[in-house]
Design a protein around this ligand. Structure first.
Ligand SMILES: [Zn+2]
Length: 114
């Protein structure tokens, strides 16, 4: 399961930050997960909860903000957002000349420590 290694990576960052900052523990962690990141939020929550025991994040709650996939089309010069995990063509004009702007996020953006 891919989410186990992602959860481990998150924990490593959290533990490292606590060590550096001299914090005793973590209350909550908020992360952004893009729909195109390949991570299933429920699986990640499950993996994180299973792995946090015995670490500084033992009592931490993990909040996952899902980021939809969006992009900018060079052909019709428009920004767009899609519900799917992947963009195959611009939903507005159907062209394939676009760049993906969001949806690949996988990062911590807030951490409450004590
Ligand atoms: Zn377009």
């Amino acid at each position: 399961m891919h989410e186990v290694s992602v959860a481990q990576g998150l924990l490593d960052i959290v533990i490292e930050n606590c060590k550096k900052g001299g914090y005793k523990g973590v209350e909550s962690i908020k992360i952004k997960v893009g729909r195109a990141s390949g991570v299933v939020p429920d699986s990640l929550l499950f993996a994180f909860d299973a792995m946090k025991h015995g670490t500084v994040a033992e009592n931490a709650s993990l909040t996952i903000d899902e980021v939809p996939v969006s992009g900018f089309c060079e052909s019709c010069k428009s920004y767009f957002t899609v519900e799917e995990a992947y963009i195959l063509s611009c939903p507005l004009c159907g062209d394939r000349i676009f760049r993906v702007e969001t949806g690949r996020e996988l990062n911590i953006y807030e951490m409450d420590v004590f």
